[in-house]
Design a protein around this ligand. Structure first.
Ligand code: FPP
Length: 231
């Protein structure tokens, strides 16, 4: 059955927030400025989706490959990330969204890891979820899941086992993956979860994405006929 506006709101939209650097260049500003505008846009789009009734949103904030960027840029993204965490703690009670960090967090300082866990715990009883992928790689996520299962003594690993053991656990797979910035690839994002996701690519640079364009993308999603391998 093809889903229509009347009977289905996407349960999960994932965003690859690409184009901050080019946006900054276009405005004759340093790349770090593009990320700070991108971080504001992330707040706006995540809240907009939640208000629209999308129960789960995932954003790709920093990949396991992004450490290769100049240190100044990495530091700027990490600073924005820390700012967001402090804000989430400070503004506790103002939002109905649970925050979940997906990715390998062992590389972060202990204090940051503790803050991440604190925010997750603080928001854990909320119905909607915002997954922030940080030091995230889809292949690494699958390997981590398999190693967790091996450590538990599992001998025959099933698809369900992996689905339950990936970082995002109980969060359903994305209905839509939206990549801004014009590149046509997934860049190691949600490889396990993207098996039947509908993919959307827009030339719009992340800081320029509007809520109207999000509405248009959701409209296009309604027109797609998801057959999950059937006819
Ligand atoms: C890709 O654009 C974007 C990133 C690698 C970082 C995304 C980070 C943010 C939006 C801000 C921090 C997030 C949080 C959760 C506070 P790019 O730099 O590759 O852009 P380009 O392709 O134009 O160079």
């Amino acid at each position: 059955m093809s889903e229509t506006k009347e009977n289905y709101i996407p349960k999960h939209i994932a965003f690859i927030m690409d184009g901050n650097g080019r946006w900054a260049k276009k405005h004759l500003m340093p790349r770090e400025y593009g990320h700070s505008v991108g971080a504001k846009k992330f707040r706006e789009i995540a809240q907009y989706c939640a208000d629209k009734g999308v129960e789960n949103v995932t954003v790709y904030a920093f990949s396991t490959e992004n450490w290769k960027r100049p240190q100044k840029e990495v530091d700027a993204i990490m600073r924005l990330f820390r700012e967001y965490i402090s804000e989430a703690e400070r503004d506790f009670g103002k939002s109905d969204v649970r925050i979940l960090f997906i990715g390998n967090r062992n590389v972060f300082d202990e204090d940051l890891q503790n803050e991440m866990s604190r925010v997750e715990k603080l928001t854990s009883d909320r119905k909607k979820t915002l997954c922030i992928a940080i030091n995230y790689g889809g292949r690494g996520e699958i390997v981590d899941a398999v190693n967790t299962l091996i450590a538990l003594g599992k001998k025959n690993i099933t698809e369900d086992d992996i689905t339950r053991s990936i970082y995002s656990g109980a969060v359903p797979p994305p209905d839509m993956i939206v990549r801004t910035g014009g590149e046509l690839r997934l860049s190691n994002f949600l490889l396990w979860q993207s098996d039947y996701a509908e993919l959307f690519f827009t030339e719009t640079l992340w800081p320029d994405l509007t809520t109207d364009e999000v509405d248009c993308l959701i409209e296009t999603f309604y027109q797609r006929n998801r057959r999950y391998g059937g006819i």
